[in-house]
Design a binder for this molecule. Structure first.
Ligand code: NAD
Length: 487
């Protein structure tokens, strides 16, 4: 058998046994793990930036430090402040009928959590679920993407400094190993990746009834809701689309703009991009497409759009390599690939609309995105937009930052995923909420036992069901209820 798959199976078994031996880490043990992880991130920050850049063939070190290092540190800090409160059993109300008994929810670690990670933010998207899983008291196995081998090697080395393999383990390998990983009988599986692979993950997890969190992608719209917001929206969308060259699940995918502002918006995006990146080729602030197939995919999308009548404006200098400047495309038609596929790269289709209702219909008619960005939308309009559209998250007057505020749940809906993590939701997602009822010693539960028909039962039935007799109210049905069905 494949040695990586064998190691996965062995590690799973070791983690399962270790979890059974220590099923409920204390608050201070959990905190110690998170603090150790924070120390690792600080010590390794430069090596992380170098490894990720090597995998990408040029990733801005500042972007790596912002997302892959600062992101998990913010998550850890948040968890360290809130974990005591999250771990406490929650007192719940009993039914009036059961007054004087007690009802609690105990949050219990689930066991061994599997994490499957994409290549675009290999550390942030491994460590985010890891922070939630450790805060919730679990053990964790992480399967990294085949497209981030150097980040995988570094993460494995880094985590091995502070965690035994039966606590946290990292695996590399190809898609075949990811498939084998998804078939392990985890107590929970967190998958971050494309909706297409999300289907495979759910099928694999169904085999063991493993609960899944699916963090998927999609086409997140940026809606420019008023003329006065055009310049502001253009700058923020240009940043969102150019950050890591648009290889971000949360990047604005396309813009919806009042039709008479299409050209003004496209021009403003181009100017903003040129301000942020005066040159593209050789600019270390601008990230490359992570591999040639993805770069070629972007070129092909542009060829398809222009062949079908779209106008593509290159916002910066074009070279032979994988640093592709942002292209704004107008004249978008429904039969273009850019109107249907998640772009995950530096192309911004700009679609015109006449009325806000039309824009809302356009969004609602498409698969539910991971985020919606609304610019210049206030009061009753924003309220309507919030209630009439579905998206994993909503960010007003900017893009993406909702995911960087770790007291907010982060996750998709429909085609963009299910379940959420970050902050309290992450802790709850990876804990089992055990509903616990404790009977008071003197409580007269026997009053609900047979033979049925005592005074208390009659009063309860009368109060809740409107009829005091515990036997059937409709005498004509009595025969049937007591008859044994004929074979
Ligand atoms: P992908 O779905 O191709 O791969 C994701 C991971 O799944 C990789 O580790 C890969 O090895 C593994 N994998 C591939 N086929 C598999 C299979 N059949 N069974 C089990 N595992 C398999 O995605 P990608 O190209 O790495 O990343 C880009 C996608 O991820 C985009 O759709 C993007 O929107 C999405 N994404 C979502 C988030 C989020 O938080 N919601 C974050 C980043 C990326």
């Amino acid at each position: 058998m494949d040695t990586i798959v064998q190691r996965m199976q062995d590690t799973f078994e070791q983690q399962r046994v270790a979890f059974l031996a220590k099923p409920y880490p204390t608050l201070s043990e959990r905190k110690a793990k998170l603090k150790a992880l924070k120390g690792l991130l600080k010590r390794y920050q430069d090596r992380i930036a170098v490894a990720v850049s090597a995998d990408f063939g040029g990733r801005s070190p500042a972007e790596t430090k912002l997302i892959e290092v600062l992101g998990p540190i913010l998550e850890i800090n948040h968890a360290l402040h809130r974990m005591r409160q999250w771990m406490e059993p929650q007192r719940r109300a009993t039914e009036l009928l059961f007054l004087s008994n007690s009802a609690l929810v105990n949050y219990q670690p689930k066991g061994v959590v599997g994490v499957i990670t994409p290549w675009n933010f290999p550390l942030y998207l491994s460590l985010g679920p890891l922070v939630a899983a450790l805060a919730a008291g679990n053990r964790v196995m992480i399967k990294m993407s085949e497209l981030s081998p150097r980040a995988t090697e570094l993460l494995a080395q880094m985590l091995a400094e502070c965690f035994a393999e039966d606590e946290v383990a990292v695996f590399g390998g190809e898609v075949a190993e990811a498939q084998a990983f998804s078939h392990l009988p985890f107590n929970h599986l967190v998958f971050t990746g494309s909706p297409a692979v999300g289907h495979h993950i759910m099928r694999a997890a169904a085999q063991h009834l493993t609960p899944v969190t699916l963090e998927l992608g999609g086409k997140s719209p940026a809606l420019v809701a008023s003329d006065s917001a055009v310049e502001m929206a253009a700058e923020r969308v240009a940043h969102g689309k150019a950050f890591s060259s648009g290889q971000v699940c949360l990047a604005p995918d396309y813009a919806l703009v009042p039709r008479h502002q299409l050209d003004a918006f496209a021009g403003a995006v181009e100017r903003s991009f040129r301000r942020l990146y005066p040159t593209v080729q050789g600019n270390h602030d601008y990230t490359s497409m992570a591999c040639e197939p993805h770069a070629q995919r972007i070129r092909d999308l542009l060829v398809d759009a222009t062949a079908k009548g779209g106008r593509a404006i290159a916002c910066g200098d074009i070279g032979a390599g994988r640093r592709i400047p942002l292209h704004v495309v107008t004249g978008v038609r429904d039969d273009m690939r850019i109107a249907n596929e998640e772009l995950f790269g530096p192309i911004l289709p700009v679609v015109g609309y006449e009325t806000l209702d039309q824009a809302i219909e356009y969004i609602a008619a498409r698969p539910r995105p991971l985020a919606l960005y609304a610019f210049g939308c206030k009061g009753a309009e924003l309220d309507r937009l919030t209630k009439l559209t579905h998206s994993g998250g909503l960010c007003v007057d900017d893009w993406g930052w909702h995911a960087f505020n770790h007291d907010l749940p982060f996750g998709g809906t429909g085609n963009s995923g299910m379940g959420s993590y970050h902050g309290e939701e992450g802790f709850r997602e990876l804990s089992h909420a055990k509903g616990t009822f404790k009977r008071a010693p003197w409580f007269p539960m026997g009053l609900f036992y047979p033979p049925y028909g005592n005074l208390v039962q009659r009063l309860v039935f009368k109060f809740y069901l409107g009829h005091a007799d515990p036997s059937l109210a409709d005498a004509s049905l009595g025969q049937r209820a007591t008859q044994v069905p004929m074979q």
